[in-house]
Design a protein around this ligand. Structure first.
Ligand code: FE
Length: 200
């Protein structure tokens, strides 16, 4: 028995990873060591353009999103590709150590890349904290809360009279009676099983 659904019970948060040239929304961030310069690990899907950026950049940042995070930030960094759009456009940022971080966040951690581990679909990037601060002392948003409140948070509205299927990972909308078996989400590359029919 290998019920992978149990992995969904692992608590994760909501973060915006930024680096020169772009960034993305990430949920898999852990503090891997303590001390003066803690190591933070973040998993990035290899299909993601940010993965390419992280392979060449030496500095990246994690901005921690709060419970009341602005859905526009999640849309901008999560539903677009840095190849096509400037993800920083329209987003308030602060520049720290030549790296832009999200201003409307609970705070940021600036990391210097120290290692990376190939994990198959993803690469685990390890960064040493070189700077960081709290901007707002509020509760962080968990990935589970995001999943639960996503439609409101992202103000997902669908066209009336059409059957809509929403990608539960990213919010992409597919219109049609049924999602084709071989359908792949154009944003996050996940398959049919991730789509849920939108209820009116
Ligand atoms: Fe998706």
């Amino acid at each position: 028995m290998k019920n992978k659904k149990i992995t969904r019970k692992i608590s994760q948060g909501m973060y915006v990873l930024t680096t020169e040239g772009g960034g993305c929304v990430v949920d898999a961030v852990i503090q891997a060591s303590a001390g003066d310069n803690p190591i933070i690990a973040v998993a990035i899907c290899k299909d993601n353009h940010t993965h390419q950026l992280l392979q060449k950049n030496s500095t990246f940042a994690i901005s921690v999103l709060g419970k009341d995070a602005d859905g526009e930030i999640i849309k901008q960094f999560g539903f677009n590709c840095s190849r096509d759009v400037d993800k920083f456009e329209g987003i308030e940022t602060i520049e720290v150590k030549n790296t832009k971080v999200v201003k409307k966040s609970l705070g940021y951690i600036i990391l210097e890349k120290v290692d990376s581990i190939d994990c198959g679909t993803h690469t685990l990037f390890l960064g040493k904290m070189i700077e960081g601060d709290i901007l707002e002392d509020e509760e962080p948003m968990t990935y589970a809360e995001y999943q639960e409140n996503k439609e409101d948070l992202l103000k997902i509205t669908t066209e009336k009279g059409k059957t809509a299927w929403i990608c539960t990972a990213c919010g992409y909308i597919y219109y049609g009676d049924e999602v084709p078996d071989d359908f792949i989400c154009p944003i996050c590359k996940l398959g049919k099983s991730y789509f849920k029919e939108k209820e009116d």
